[in-house]
Ligand binder design. Structure first.
Ligand code: PMT
Length: 390
């Protein structure tokens, strides 16, 4: 965090200062150079073909509590939004650079990697020791496999993983900067659930944070020779009030705010690409306000607002100069008269989650989001090309 900012620094330079400070203090991920080389080739290839390219960020970001990380803070995101969107962007002709949290859902394989049905459930033994898809799954699996192979064979999909919040930010900055040659044909679609808080390296423990004082006693007693301390830890229980027994420690975690790099992205890293950010809230009363605030503050091109409980059913598009635009999958109201359905954009308030049917929607909302984003992107490209300005 930036403490003691010299008063002579003008406010407009604060974002650059925060950026320099953050990236100097937080080391890059080990594979950054390798990822940058892959991303550069991918972007150059599609840039020279005059193709549109979308950078999708997807999944959660971890916040390590130790340098040799045993424990970390995480969030709920499985990467469904990002992985599903990637498939619809490919369908729309975009090249997709998929920057995702390691082990979160991937485009295409997501159909077979969710928690309820293990991928082995889709397979059976075939003749002569072969493994084949179950008959009832073959048609869909073939369809998905063909689409995946086609995307890979035509070099339309590049997958780059990250783990922690700092890995994510290093990767995002590098890839966004590489996207400059695409001009307005570049699209940044920031669906990852990015942590707002982190432990700065100067306050991060090198080793596993201890839950008792036993290790301190052990270290004090001549560098690891004390049998007594080990025994104390092993015999420790929370009900022994003897002062000779190490106490269980409280762990108070003091987190700094992660700088909001959306400003740097808009102004410096990718000044010509169209930038779409997501806004996640849990309180319906503030969603649109927060989305509009984010748009005003960062001056980018579109905020897609969504609520945790209804994010697969509806989203709201908030963009400059346009009224809020709700996108919904059609559904029958839970407990309502049969045949009652709410669809499209006619209701301009968030849906009451209690009125939603049980289970997943029949239509993937990304199948409606991506064409709408594509339309705005086309408009954006025309504006930049006609006027030389976004
Ligand atoms: O993966 P799923 O389970 O399908 O869930 C999808 C989703 C709900 C995660 C996705 O649709 C979504 O809303 N993603 C954005 C979540 C988020 O980070 O929201 P936010 O309100 O905390 O941040 C708003 C914007 O600020 C984001 O675009 C983010 O990139 C940016 N940000 C956030 C934190 C931070 N430290 N710096 C940022 O620049």
């Amino acid at each position: 965090m930036l403490d003691n900012i010299p008063s002579e620094i003008p406010p407009e330079n604060l974002a650059a200062l925060a950026e320099d400070h953050y990236f100097a203090a937080n080391p890059p991920p080990r594979d950054l150079d390798k990822h940058v080389a892959l991303a550069r080739d991918f972007i150059d290839y599609h840039s020279s073909a005059g193709r549109r390219l979308v950078l999708i960020t997807s999944g959660g970001t971890t916040v390590p509590l130790e340098k040799q990380t045993v424990r970390f803070i995480d969030n709920f995101s499985a990467g469904t939004r990002g992985a599903t969107s990637a498939e619809y962007f490919l369908e729309a002709g975009y090249a997709v650079l998929f920057l995702h949290r390691q082990f979160s859902l991937l485009p295409f394989s997501r159909h077979y990697s969710h928690a309820t049905d293990c991928f082995l459930d889709f397979l059976r033994e075939g003749p002569n020791g072969s493994v084949v898809a179950r008959d009832e799954d073959t048609a869909k699996m073939l369809h998905v496999l063909r689409k995946y192979r086609d995307a890979r064979d035509r070099n339309m999909l590049l997958l780059l993983p990250f783990v922690s919040i700092s890995d994510y930010l290093h990767e995002l900055r590098s890839v966004a900067q590489l996207m400059r040659p695409l001009g307005p044909r570049g699209l940044l679609y920031l669906a990852a659930a990015v942590s707002d808080f982190f432990v700065p390296p100067e306050r991060m423990s090198e080793h596993k944070i201890q839950s008792t004082s036993a290790a301190d006693v052990f270290k004090r007693n001549n560098n690891g020779g004390s049998q007594a301390a080990t025994e104390e830890e092993e015999t420790f229980d929370n009900f022994d009030s003897s002062p000779s027994v190490p106490r269980s420690k409280r762990l108070v975690i003091d987190l700094d705010p992660v700088p909001k790099f959306l400003k740097n992205l808009v102004e410096g890293w990718s000044p010509q690409g169209m930038i779409v950010s997501f806004k996640l809230e849990t309180d319906p009363a503030i969603l649109v306000h927060k989305a509009r605030y984010s748009l005003d503050r960062y001056q980018h091109h579109l905020v897609i607002g969504n609520l945790l409980s209804t994010r697969k059913w509806e989203v709201v598009f908030v963009s400059p100069g346009n009224p809020d635009h709700w996108i919904r999958v059609p559904f029958r109201k839970h407990g309502g008269e049969s045949g009652t359905s709410v669809a499209g954009t006619e209701q301009d308030e968030p849906i009451d989650p209690k009125s939603l049917p049980e289970g997943e929607p029949e239509v993937e909302i990304e199948s409606l989001i991506i064409p709408a984003v594509q339309e705005l992107h086309s408009k954006y490209i025309r504006t930049v090309e006609d006027k030389g300005q976004p």
